[in-house]
Design a protein around this ligand. Structure first.
Ligand SMILES: Nc1ncnc2c1ncn2[C@@H]1O[C@H](COP(=O)(O)OP(=O)(O)OP(=O)(O)O)[C@@H](O)[C@H]1O
Length: 530
């Protein structure tokens, strides 16, 4: 049944006539306005001409764009992507790019330097990088690359409600994708070469995306002083793991390795991880479990977004579950972690990460293969056994307060010249052999520094007196004699030596007094707590 009402033919024709006569009236009114010489006519003419020109401009632009796209390749790179860093660094070394007339100044590290800056002409200091000039936003620049013309522009787009991020647009006059690949390869190689001396540190943003936050000069592993064999144990294990992908695959074992470094604060746990990253050529991805807003899903997302070979670092892994407990508290601690796991709910301290969420993220299906996980804690015993078990934390290394051997070695590193440091590496091997069971003690060796200097000039300008190796060893032995074994952290000893940076003799003379003072202070703290 149709509900349509049919109009009589005469009525329909009458309706059409009315509307066409209305249109006719509007057009004739407009035409009459257009032909009148009054202000309304002038205004209408302007609107019509403007409108026509705008339409023409848009048509021409779209024709131009489709023509341009025939001959150009357009690459759009967003800030925080790796390729953006490669290209920006590559560009900052192109004279044409830096000769732009409208400039902005950048001290962004792009993952290959520190944020400290040096203006050209300022006294040189190789530890600082020079500021970079870049064309300012919303103006374009051009340059040639291997015979191909490139036009570039930088702009900013919103990145969430509060931030913006840079977008770099490159148009390369070619239709050959090989040119683009070659450009990316050149830029990446330049970036890798510049990065040789640095490690990149990544952290997550509130949207759970990895962001490059800084880059640091590599710290030589030799600058970390641990008891004999500890560094080697971790380094060899990590190297062996990285070379065993096939072995893991053949046995169906997940290609992941976890290291739990635990023990006294200020004993070198964090330092050795950064140093290992440099040694192994890996970047560090910091997973901050107590970051506001991070929940189990976010953690899973972060862990599955890790690159294949990297160091994932969870510092103070216990802290995510113990916000309310003071780190230095020596009162017995509740095993919150175990309790939380059993109840299956996040701990009642504001943290959104539950232990089961952490365990799932670490070895769930989404967990990245090939990553080295380093976790640190000062409170090993409070960690749930499930978190510590092999497969999650495969290698456990205790970092104790400084031994006398460490105290002596730290002293030597502090006051040694480059030359003495270089030779001492060989000596360590000899010493190890000679002093296998007796603790470490190096007999004074022959003088290594025996240089004739012009009068008044010092070999160690900062030092109270030039030290040859024999003197250095002698002083370090005296120094260690005052330090109680496992009595102080390496950070504390470093702090003491810093106060005598260029005065090794004073450092030895005053150390006894310092030890007494520190002990007195500790006793007072213990008394106050009781
Ligand atoms: N074994 C060590 N060798 C050389 N320097 C050390 C050593 N241990 C600590 N230091 C120095 O002490 C400072 C603190 O070290 P680091 O942050 O690595 O300690 P940590 O064990 O991670 O401490 P925390 O548990 O409090 O985080 C650094 O400046 C580091 O250079």
């Amino acid at each position: 049944m149709s509900t349509q009402t049919e109009l009589p033919p005469s009525a329909a024709t009458a309706g059409e006539d009315t509307s066409s006569s209305q249109h006719g009236t509007v057009v004739s009114t407009l035409l009459s306005l257009f032909s009148t010489s009054g202000p309304a006519g002038e205004w209408l003419k302007l609107v019509m001409i403007g409108g026509t020109l705008e339409i023409l401009r848009r048509v021409l632009m779209s024709i131009w764009r489709s023509l341009v796209n025939q001959f150009w390749i357009t690459l759009v790179l967003e800030e925080y992507s790796d390729s953006h860093s490669w290209i920006m660094l590559w560009l900052s070394n192109q004279p044409a790019w830096t000769r732009a007339k409208e400039l902005s100044i950048s001290n962004h590290s792009l993952g290959v330097g520190t944020r400290a800056v040096l203006v050209e002409g300022e006294a040189d200091d190789s530890s600082q990088k020079k500021i970079r000039f870049l064309p300012s936003f919303d103006c374009s620049a051009s340059l040639w690359y291997r015979g191909h013309y490139i036009r570039l522009s930088r702009s900013e787009i919103p990145d969430g409600p509060f931030y913006t991020k840079e977008v770099l647009t490159m148009r390369i006059l070619t239709h050959d994708h090989k040119v683009l690949n070659q450009l990316l390869l050149d830029a990446k190689n330049a970036w890798k070469a510049a990065k040789e001396e640095f490690i990149s540190i990544y952290s997550s943003n509130p949207k759970n995306e990895w962001r490059l936050i800084t880059s640091r000069p590599k710290r030589p592993l030799s600058s970390i002083v641990l008891d004999l064999g500890i560094k080697e144990k971790i380094l060899d294990d990590a190297k062996d793991f990285l070379n065993s992908k096939k072995w893991y695959a053949e046995r169906g074992i997940p290609f992941r390795r976890g290291y739990l470094l635990y023990g006294a604060p200020g004993s070198g746990k964090t330092s050795i991880i950064h140093s290992l990253a440099g040694e192994l050529g890996l970047d560090v991805y910091i997973i901050s479990l107590s970051r506001a807003g991070l929940d189990d899903n976010g953690l899973q997302e972060l862990i599955s977004d890790l690159p294949e070979k990297c160091i994932a670092l969870m510092e103070d892994i216990d802290a995510a579950f113990h916000h309310s407990i003071n780190r230095t508290s020596d009162k017995p601690e509740k095993k919150l972690v175990t309790g939380d796991r059993e109840s299956g709910s996040p701990p009642n301290d504001g943290s959104k990460i539950s232990l089961s969420g952490l365990l799932n993220a670490l070895d769930g299906v989404g967990a990245q293969e090939g990553r080295l996980l380093f976790a640190t804690t000062n409170r090993y015993e409070t960690l749930d056994a499930a978190l510590r078990r092999p497969g999650r934390m495969d290698v456990h290394v205790e970092f104790k307060l400084a031994s006398q051997y460490q105290a002596a070695e730290l002293f030597k590193r502090f006051y040694a010249s480059d030359q003495t440091i270089a030779t001492s590496a060989e000596d360590v091997a000899d010493d190890r052999e000679n002093n296998k069971d007796s603790g470490y003690s190096t007999p004074p060796k022959e003088k290594l520094v025996d240089v004739e200097l012009p009068e008044g000039e010092k070999l160690f300008p900062l030092c109270q007196k030039e030290l040859d190796r024999a003197e250095l060893v002698l002083l370090s032995e005296k120094f260690k004699g005052y330090i109680p074994d496992r009595g102080f952290s390496m950070a504390a000893l470093q702090g003491y030596l810093m106060a005598h940076k260029d005065r090794p003799y004073d450092a030895v003379d005053c150390v006894g007094e310092w030890v007494q003072e520190e002990k007195g202070r500790e006793d007072k703290v213990v008394k106050d707590t009781v």
